[in-house]
Structure formats: structure tokens, C-alpha cells
Design a protein around this ligand. Structure first.
Ligand code: UDX
Length: 434
């Protein structure tokens, strides 16, 4: 099929490359000229495992090209995938301005019948609104499909080929058949439903996963009070198939480009309809409080005073395997440490460049090597469980630190017994250490 993908961010670029890899003829539209030039030169603007290899292959075999000419791209296509950004506004509303601009352009420029596929995350009801406002006014017939993505950063290419389900939200049979053909090589079940329900599936999925994380964080906190061990509790709870073992890792809480934005967006939608989504509000509150709880643990271990104390911060990306620092707990911790007067020695395998543009203070230094970052520190905070950090030589680390050798394991990811035996003052979220 001839497919145009508008927007080459995480979702758009993975979709464009993987669809090209499946034999479709893809035109990727990118209006940012720096990004466009990179893509045309076979460089990926984002780090994603396996992506550059596919990008190079599909450019070389001619199944993908990139352009900023939306009009031309639309005039030669059967199917348009919208994958532009939908960031949060300051009042938690979802900013749909890029979606509206693209819908208006498609409506004005369509010269043949088109199927428009929405992959950007948009609030339930958006598809209906776009059809009413724009696509129904077009001189050409436009069929609309909501087709949300569930790709995880760092695992996006793998997730594309191993997705649990493909959601196809449309009542238009011709468009549904096109989507079945688009994804013919993917084994996942194709689940058909109406547009608004498909939009809701995306929000409900992300909100539920966020709920799982906040729930296990609360259980971990409670474990500390009653003397239970989250390392025993969480896996055993997850063995119940109705619950599932994933997303039960307690720690500093969730970050990233999706969970914070989508939980805020869903809370706004609920409040817009006058519905108090109490569980969701609690999930968000717990998530914010986890970082403060971590800081409180650190402060208590350092006599309630961080002024002029050297603290190593291991991890600035919001999770391992990505250079993305959006809503990263590590960045929030860095800002809290700086405001407490600490001298922060930060380290991350991929996110240093991004963090440097966001953290401006003479109190923070950035380091490539973890052994360099920990030198002279009284405490270490592990904010992201990169394997580069969880497999360190902790004896060597301790030798280069200063007393009282505090280690706040913000991801419960470090082997706790060996750490304690080395004489660290080990802090975690709900792990028994005695
Ligand atoms: C998420 C969803 O998983 C994906 O399906 C969706 O489409 C986009 O949002 P992503 O944001 O890439 O993907 O990361 P994910 O792996 O889900 O982790 C999100 C955050 O939750 C990270 O900060 C991670 O550290 C945290 N997390 C995850 C926990 O704190 N505990 C867990 O058990 C799991």
C-alpha cells in the first residue's frame, strides 16, 4: 500500500520504518528541517534499539522517503497516518493544535478518496469532532480510523512486531479492511470497535498501568511500616494471572512521555464531564509523593542537611534503554537536590546531552563514567536502573566515596545483601534489609 505518515516522532518513525519493512511504500512527512535532513541521511533523531538498521535498510531498498511537502505526499497516497505530537497544556488539557492543523490541511488538499488513521494519542471524542469539523467537509470521501499505539520507548521496534493487540476503531468496513491489509504480517489479534472506544482503550491502558505502579508503591511503603518485604510480596502477588507480574516494581515512580501526560489528560476529560475519577487522582498523587519520599529518606540519612554535600545521581533518563528525559524522576530529584544546596554529580549512559539542556546550575556536574560520578560523594541515588549501574563493582565505589556511604536505590534494583555486607547505608522502597 502507498502510505503517508505525518510526523516522525517516536510513534510516527517506528510506524513508518516498520511498515516500509513490511513492504509498504511509505512517505514520511516531517516539517522540522533538521530532523528531516537527519532522516534523509539515514540518521535517527531518536535512540531506539534496532531502528537505525531498519531505517537504513528501507531507505536503501527505496520503500521509504522523507519530505516536508505534505500536499505532494497526500496527493499520491491511499492512506494517511497522523502521528503528530499531542502534549499537555498547563491546565492538563491535551494540546490538539497540531492535530487540527493536519486535519485542516488534509481536508483542503485531498485530491482522491483517503483513509485517515489516527495514531497520535487523542482524547475520547476527538475522532468524532475531527469528522464533524473537517473531514465531512472535504470534497473527497474520507474514512477515519482510530488506531492507537502501545509502543514502549527503548523496546518500540520489538513491541511493533510483538504487540498484544491491534486496535482498529472505525465503522467503515472498507477502512477496516485496509487496516487488516496494512498489518497483514503481524500475528496479533486485530480488535475492531468504534472510534471513541478505540481512543478510550489507549487512555485506559496507560492509566491502568500507572495505577499498577502507584498501587505497588503504596504496598511497598506499607511494607516498611509493618515489616514486610516488597521483594517477597510483589512477585507473589503477580503470580496471580488475574494480576500479572509486570509493572509491579516499586520505586521512585513513573515518568516518560506517556503516563504523566495521559493520566493528566484522562483526569481532565473526566472533570470536563463532571466525573470525579478518584482512583486516577490518587494514582497521580502517589506518583508525585514517591520522589519526595525518596528525598525524605536521603535527608534523614544525612542529618537533614544536604548543603554542600556531594551526591551522585545515577540515571537521568526516565527509564533504561532510552535517552528520553521527559518527566524523568531523575531530573526531578536533581532539581530537589540542587534546591537543597547539594553538589550533584550526575551520570547517565544516554541522556547526558538532553539533561544538560534542562539542568542549569553550578551545583551540578555531568559525568560519562559512574566511577567518576561517585568519587567523593557521601550518598548515591540510583534513579534509573540501567544495567551499567546495577552491575557496578560496589566495593570499588565505596572506596572512592566518603562516609556515611548512603545508597538510595530508587528502583529496588541493586542486590541488597551484598550491598549491606559492604557497609553501605542502604535505602530502598519497601525492601527488608535486616
Ligand atoms: C508506556 C506504555 O508502556 C506503552 O504501552 C505506551 O504506549 C507508552 O507509554 P513507556 O512510557 O515507554 O511506555 O515506558 P514504560 O516501560 O511503560 O515505563 C513507564 C514508566 O513507569 C517508567 O518511568 C518506568 O520506570 C516506570 N515503571 C514501570 C515503574 O516505576 N515500575 C514498573 O513496574 C514499571
Amino acid at each position: 500500500m502507498n502510505v503517508t505518515v505525518i510526523g516522525t516522532g517516536y510513534v510516527g518513525l517506528i510506524a513508518a520504518c516498520c511498515l516500509a519493512n513490511s513492504g509498504h511504500q511509505i512517505t514520511g512527512v516531517e516539517k522540522n528541517l533538521t530532523k528531516l535532513t537527519m532522516l534523509q541521511q539515514r540518521q535517527s533523531p531518536i535512540y531506539e534499539e534496532g531502528l537505525v538498521e531498519i531505517l537504513t535498510k528501507v531507505i536503501d531498498n527505496g520503500s521509504i522517503k522523507f519530505t516536508d511537502d505534505l500536499a505532494l505526499a497526500i496527493s499520491t497516497t491511499d492512506l494517511v497516518i497522523i502521528a503528530v505530537g499531542t502534549p499537555s497544556l498547563s491546565d492538563d488539557r491535551v494540546d490538539l493544535s497540531q492535530i487540527f492543523a493536519v486535519a485542516e490541511t488534509i481536508t483542503a488538499l485531498a485530491t482522491r478518496p483517503l483513509t485517515v488513521v489516527m495514531k497520535s494519542t487523542v482524547p475520547p471524542g476527538t475522532g468524532k469532532m475531527l469528522i464533524d469539523r473537517y473531514f465531512s467537509q472535504c470534497s473527497q470521501e474520507i474514512s477515519y480510523v482510530s488506531n492507537p499505539e502501545f509502543l514502549r520507548e527503548g523496546r518500540a521496534v520489538w513491541d511493533w512486531y510483538n504487540t498484544d493487540r491491534i486496535i482498529i476503531g472505525t465503522h467503515n468496513q472498507k477502512a477496516a479492511n485496509q487496516l487488516n491489509e496494512l498489518y497483514a504480517d503481524l500475528a496479533a489479534p486485530k480488535v475492531h470497535m468504534d472510534v471513541t472506544s478505540a481512543e478510550m482503550v489507549k487512555y485506559a491502558s496507560n492509566a491502568f498501568l500507572a495505577t499498577k505502579i502507584s498501587f505497588i508503591n503504596e504496598i511497598a511503603n506499607l511494607c516498611e511500616y509493618v515489616g514486610a518485604d516488597i521483594d517477597a510480596v510483589a512477585p507473589a502477588v503477580g503470580m496471580d494471572n488475574r494480576i500479572g507480574k509486570q509493572f509491579l516494581n516499586a520505586g521512585l515512580g513513573y515518568g516518560g512521555s506517556c503516563f504523566p501526560k495521559d493520566t493528566k489528560g484522562l483526569r481532565f476529560i473526566a472533570s470536563y464531564y463532571g466525573y470525579p475519577f478518584s482512583v486516577l487522582k490518587a494514582v497521580m498523587e502517589v506518583n508525585s509523593a514517591q520522589k519526595i519520599r525518596g528525598m525524605r529518606k536521603l535527608l534523614t540519612a544525612l542529618d537533614n542537611n544536604l548543603y554542600n554535600k556531594r551526591i551522585a545521581l545515577l540515571g537521568l533518563s526516565f527509564k533504561p534503554g532510552t535517552d528520553d528525559t521527559r518527566e524523568s524522576p531523575g531530573l526531578d530529584i536533581a532539581e530537589m537536590l540542587i534546591s537543597e544546596g547539594a553538589l550533584v554529580q550526575a551520570c547517565d549512559p544516554l541522556a547526558l546531552a538532553s539533561a544538560k539542556t534542562l539542568l542549569h546550575s553550578e551545583q551540578i556536574t555531568f559525568h560519562e563514567a559512574p566511577y567518576q560520578a561517585v568519587a567523593g560523594c557521601q550518598a548515591i541515588i540510583l534513579a534509573t536502573e540501567w544495567p551499567e549501574f546495577t552491575h557496578l563493582d560496589w566495593q570499588k565505589i565505596k572506596n572512592s566515596m566518603q562516609a556515611p556511604y548512603v545508597l538510595l536505590d530508587g528502583r529496588n534494583a541493586i542486590p541488597k545483601e551484598s550491598i549491606k555486607n559492604l557497609g553501605f547505608h542502604y535505602l530502598s522502597f519497601g525492601r527488608q534489609t535486616d
